[in-house]
Design a binder for this molecule. Sequence first.
Ligand code: GDP
Length: 708
Amino acid sequence: MGITVALAGNPNSGKTTLFNKLTGAKQHVGNWPGVTIEKKTGTIHRTDAELVDMPGIYSLSPYTPEENITRNFLVGESPDVILNIVDASNIERNLYLTLQLLDLNIPTVVALNMMDTVDKNGDRIDVKALTDILGCKVVPISALKGTGLKELTKAIVDTGSSKVPSKPIRMNDRIESLIDASEKEIRGKVPEKNIRWFAIKLVENDEIISTELKDSRNELSDDINGLEAEYEDDAASIITDARYRIIEDIVSKCVRKGVKENAETLSDRVDKVITHRIFGLPMFIAVIGVLFMGIIGYGDYPGIGTYFTDMLNGWIEESLQPAVADWCADMDVSDELTSLLVSGVVGGVGAVIGFLPQMLILFLALCILEDIGYMARAAFMMDRVFRFFGLSGKSFIPLLVGMGCGVPGIMSSRTIESERDRRITAMTVTFVPCGAKLPVIAMIAGALFHNNGLIALFVYVVGIVSVLVSGIILKKFKGLSGRPAPFVMELPPYHIPSWINVIKGTLDRGLAFVKKAGTLILLASILIWFLASYNGAFQYVGDNGTTGSMLESFGRATCIIFQPLGWGDNWQFTVGSITGLMAKENLVSTLATLFSVDDEGEAIYTVLAAITTPAAGLSFLMFNMLCAPCFAAIGAMHRELGTWKATGAAVLYQCVFAYAVASIIYVIASLIYGETAVVSGWIIAILSIVAIVALIVRKEPYTKEETA
Ligand code: GDP
């Protein structure tokens, strides 16, 4: 058995880059137990050492799931070596974690990353002096350029075999004597190896450790109170302060700032323009606009993504489906099985897989922007706006991606480090209309509003407002409470993207999507096909859904639910909403089939115009925009939220919220268009308004006041 090496460091210190360089393609990706935070492991090249990637953290405090995972792993599983990656161009902040790691008494190697940037800035770091002070091997590297990796690997292996534990750095005598007292108090109750770390945590009054070692804490309370009185501060702050003093001392001894100290770097100058207070945001919108037009298309010009997606869709519809049908005919396969294969399996999965080219190109573009360092700036600019609604600026990127397709939108919420922010984002991304919802918008606008483009604008505005309002509402629920994580991520200097990161990032996300399509979407497609093709007695009735299928019976039985929204009289709308779950654009073809019009274009417009009103149409549209997204997106949500229970709760929230919003829109639109809304509509709308307002103004029951 080889040794286990835990890779720990601050977010953005280059962990991913180093991990990829050290392990190459031999990686295993899973989740940490109990949470949906990704756990990556891999074997370090030319060794049998197993590298475990820890979540990026700034400290070993118990406030975030990321910090808890890291400390539980380091203390509980005691890896053979801690590989602490330090961003040398930001050494003051990064050493704060290093000092805490050294307290653990686990053999440690420090990888001093980003040395290329340090050199470029003309700074000097005295590695020998740093090695002496930290008491462990310190290896200067550049993960991006791949320098120093051989030396690093050797240091890891040597440290692993010599098993020399890390040497804690002592704070001042006054604090150390209290730590000694704390150690005496807890000896025997905690692993002897990590006793100093536990002792310090107890003095700091760490929430978890103090509860575990309550008696010891009580015994120590006089001593701690004494210290706090002396320093006129709380113990945790006193220790933080002591650590920063040590860091100051280290930096003064080991770091020589180059002549360029105050000179602006090129990045700084570029940033002045790009994150400009007034022009920053419009410029960003322009960049994204061009990107989307290039990929998705504009007017008559198909974007490159759309071009390939159309090609794939065309091939599925015109070649693959007929080929499967022909094959079935040759093989004398029954009508039922043919229909299952052609419409259910190939049609259902194909409808979703067809989006793959567009998604891959979008991912690629976004990965590049991210790796250049631009996305960090965009999130930074949006942070102030979003924070107001209980979301962090980092939620902005998923929302943006979600306009193309909800699946990558939800998946890109993975880049948000705080679990709470990530969950809320994953639950609300699909409120912004994705590309597949456009045909539905076009249908309603065409049939009932003379093709008025403002309807589309209205849908986007309601979608975005829904995200923001949900940010406020959801943070009042258990598990989602708390303030958005502070925007601590520093803006990394701009640089040329690392192609390994970009390509790996793109393929990982694409692959996750394909896997989803192969399993969940396949099952869901078969289920819907089954409901649409069989009647209650399980007799095959053909797959166009109009001949007494279970789906039709279900639609007829349940459409009454939508009476208050103004479109409960036509069961076809209910069935359309259900098939929309397979892919939202299905809604159009389903309605066309169910209203027995051959051509989806003008004919369906005429039918809709004849049987429904603008207010009801708008309410139908809004319900379908906001309610449960398609199965692919639900699958992606499950991946981010971790359990089916949480996913179910999220879908329920979306449906209830959609219902409430649709009822309000129905009543208001009725007033505007001079229609008479049904009474039940009024009742539901008023109740909805009261409920939404109440949830918005309600106090946050689960959010603790911040101490910091
Ligand atoms: P993580 O958040 O710790 O996983 O960090 P990443 O590996 O994603 O790196 C953050 C950013 O720093 C990326 O844009 C990397 O390309 C960049 N980066 C990583 N290592 C180096 C390095 O040695 N030198 C420079 N200049 N940039 C680096």
